[in-house]
Design a protein around this ligand. Structure first.
Ligand code: 6CS
Ligand code: FE
Length: 308
């Protein structure tokens, strides 16, 4: 049996309601499982628990990466794909910034296989201590010269307020499809920041996602709170060769700069949610975002498959 999504859910993480930002305690565990029940060893689980992320360099072979890259090139160059609602272009309207729902076979067979990769799923299920389904997936392209920044944010804040994600029991997986250097705008994370929840100020307009996925202005922390967080935790960069895999907690503060180098920096991104943490109604008075951004197909429990 799976939980009933129609029951009313308490808002443990209210945000965008007060005039002033606040730091709230995390009420949820970070790691729900243990070292006996999956591929991650005790040290890796401890690291994830402490930092809110874990980088696994060289997780995929060069051959696997190049297959994924070919698939990315196909999607990027397809006019049909560009016309889909799942395709988000950069703020100036030129390059493709993100493509959502890439785990769906009708968009990409290859990426649907990556999403179900046993080696990934077993780690995620270990961390979350349960079966999982895909809450969101996307590829972020960050093309050379043209890829704009992603301002600092906690994904959980948006998923909670705009999608009704009740608790922190959600893990993101980012597969690096290009070498991420310190200079081509890699993801920056604040290690340890996942233990605190920073509330945002200001209600987003209707259909916020239409602008926020290009450039986010609501649901981001204020400069003072961010300064405090950075002073407390410092900044880490998720750099590594193509094929590296980054696992990160849904509440880890992160962001990235614009890419003014010639080197593209594309990453494949899957978000796995525990089946015990199904979406409720959004915790703002707005209609839910579309299915391709926040899936409500809770019964699509992921079945681990061998990735070849
Ligand atoms: O709005 C969202 O759901 C997304 N936005 C950002 C900037 N990161 C996470 C998530 O994909
Ligand atoms: Fe994010």
């Amino acid at each position: 049996t799976t939980p009933d999504s129609t029951t009313r859910v308490e808002d443990l993480y209210p945000s965008r309601v007060k005039q002033q930002p606040e730091f709230l305690e995390r009420h949820d565990p970070v790691v729900y499982g243990d070292a006996q029940n999956g591929p991650l060893n005790a040290e890796q689980l401890e690291q994830f628990d402490r930092d809110g992320f874990l980088l696994l360099p060289g997780f995929y072979t060069n051959q696997q990466v190049s297959q994924c890259h070919q698939e990315l090139d196909r999607l990027r160059d397809s006019e049909q794909i560009r016309q889909r609602p799942e395709a988000i272009v950069e703020p100036d309207g030129s390059a493709l910034r993100s493509l959502f729902a890439v785990h769906r076979p009708e968009i990409s067979t290859r990426f649907s296989q990556v999403a179900a990769d046993k080696r990934i799923l077993e780690m995620v299920m270990q961390v979350l201590g349960s079966e999982v389904y895909i809450h969101q997936s996307r590829v972020n392209l960050k093309p050379g010269f043209a890829g704009k920044e992603f301002f600092w944010h906690s994904d959980f804040e948006t998923w909670h307020v705009e999608d009704g994600l009740p608790r922190m029991r959600t893990v993101s997986c980012s597969l690096l499809l290009d070498d991420n250097h310190e200079f081509n705008a890699p993801l920056m994370l604040l290690p340890g920041s996942h233990r605190q929840y920073v509330t945002s100020v200001g209600q987003a307009p209707e259909n916020h996602y239409q602008s926020s996925l290009k450039q986010q202005k609501y649901g981001v922390p204020d400069p003072e709170s961010l300064t405090q967080l950075v002073q407390e935790y410092g900044i880490s960069q998720a750099t590594g060769p193509a094929g590296s895999l980054l696992l990160f907690d849904c509440n880890t503060m992160h962001g990235s700069n614009g890419n003014i180098t010639p080197y593209p920096r594309s990453n494949l991104f899957f978000v796995y949610n525990s089946i015990w943490n199904q979406l409720a109604n959004p915790f703002c008075n707005q209609k839910p975002r579309p299915e391709f951004i926040a899936s409500r197909e809770f019964s699509n429990t992921m079945k681990p498959r061998e990735f070849i």
